[in-house]
Design a protein around this ligand. Sequence first.
Ligand code: G6Q
Length: 557
Amino acid sequence: MAARGPTAAVPSLAASTPWQALRKHHAALHGTTLRELFKRDAKRGERLTAEGAGLYLDYSKNLVTDETLGLLLKLARARGVHKHAEAMFRGEPINVTEKRAVLHVALRAPKGTRIEVDGKDVVPGVHDVLDRMAAFSDKVRNGEWKGHSGKRIRNVISVGIGGSDLGPVMAYEALRDYSRRDMTFRFVSNVDPTDFVEAVRDLDAQETLFVICSKTFTTLETLTNAHAARDWCLQQLGGDEAAVARHFVAVSTNAEEVRKFGIDTDNMFGFWDWVGGRYSMDSAIGLSTMLAVGPEHFHGMLAGFHAMDMHFRHAPAEKNLPMLMALLSIWYNDFFGAQTVAVLPYAQYLKRFPAYLQQLTMESNGKHVTLQGTHVDYPTGPIYWGEPGTNGQHSFYQLIHQGTRLIPCDFIGFCQPLNPLHDQHDLLMANVFAQSEALAFGKTLQQVRAEGTPAWLAPHRVCEGNRPSNTILAQRLTPFALGTLVALYEHSVFVQGTIWDIDSFDQWGVELGKQLAKKVIPQLQDAHPRLDHDGSTNALIRRYRQWRDDKGGATPS
Ligand code: G6Q
């Protein structure tokens, strides 16, 4: 297959032989149940599993046979997934619409690895920044870095949005057990002033450090919040501009804008245009993570990422976790018409993991044209969503068990608790196993009747089963394990995007969003704006202005 790009001819996916073979096979499989598949093969639950980088994947409860898997793997081969992955690892500009390399894998490459972009090895630069981050984190954590008035830093507020926020928030929550408990870590992203005001309301500016995270350093929300932080700080610290240098650091690729904001570029931690925002939590964007858990644990997390990178690069396709998960996702998305994937971590510390994955997966693969710019004639990226278990079981699981939609689920669990309390961890994990079992095998009418259920009620209590799921187990939620989990999904997204022949690394829709409000802002603020939108938008703006300015109060308090 030719190298990928806007001009290289890639055979149409939907018309390709492996795709057509999968279509036929899907039709032939119609009506086959997981009950039958497990009955036919006593070893299925052990056979359809794979392990890598400390993760165990059980994918036996999926609506697949050996033939399905063979055909899916053939598809991956035909679409040149391995070759394309090698192009990524070599630093080729596979983000074709932005003409950039895609090298988040370089962020966790061990010292001494060589990865070139335009003939220059980027790995030494990565380690320089990591070393500077570590030196700075140590200083803040041991109290050597003082605020303007000489007090040590006890609060860290990371300001950023999207890719410059979701990773750090998720990682902080996930690794809270490893974090400094005598320091406060908060995250401000929304331009809604509430976000900032609530984050600082009980804090002392003398003890507060702001980490302003923005790749471009031009994002409206982040710059607005950064200015609010600056004002808040200066107000509390007597207005001395020199205070900014002790209370603000920046993470960005744009030194010019950082300087304009007033942050000393000595206090700037850089990264590179080959790191996409949603792939940046292991770059300097993770500075707040390092401040929370310390350099050693941060490196532990990077080692986990790297272990999964190596697994993805070298493990055979049929035992390759990201490959298998991606192919299964395509199977449901494109052949069963499933529109979503539920991610269900049974770990309270992973409460922000689904939100993080939403960006990773949906911003990457929410695309409607191929690399050649032609409209796809197959569905691309599914909607990812989820909540930690067991909470979700008491709300939306009902629809997964008995609704009319097929929702493939990823269950994630850990075998050892971080907070052992009586037998509670066993209770938690019993729910993982029980849920995936119930989804797969359900409860038949016969079983319901045998329980003495009256005939009229019986149909309501039947669970059809055949609801597919993956179960991912790790031994313990460590920084290493977190790295492997994130990289697992990163590479799964990559495989899916490669097969769909889309650019998983641009985000033109997000860029559009960044422009849109700019026109409306003055229309909310000018005395007599000319409203030139559609009728609905004009009326909404007028109603907003009316209610905003009506101090009589239209809303009862
Ligand atoms: C990520 C997206 C987007 C981006 C934010 C913040 O892949 O591009 O979520 O991270 O819009 O951008 P800045 O880091 O430039 O402020």
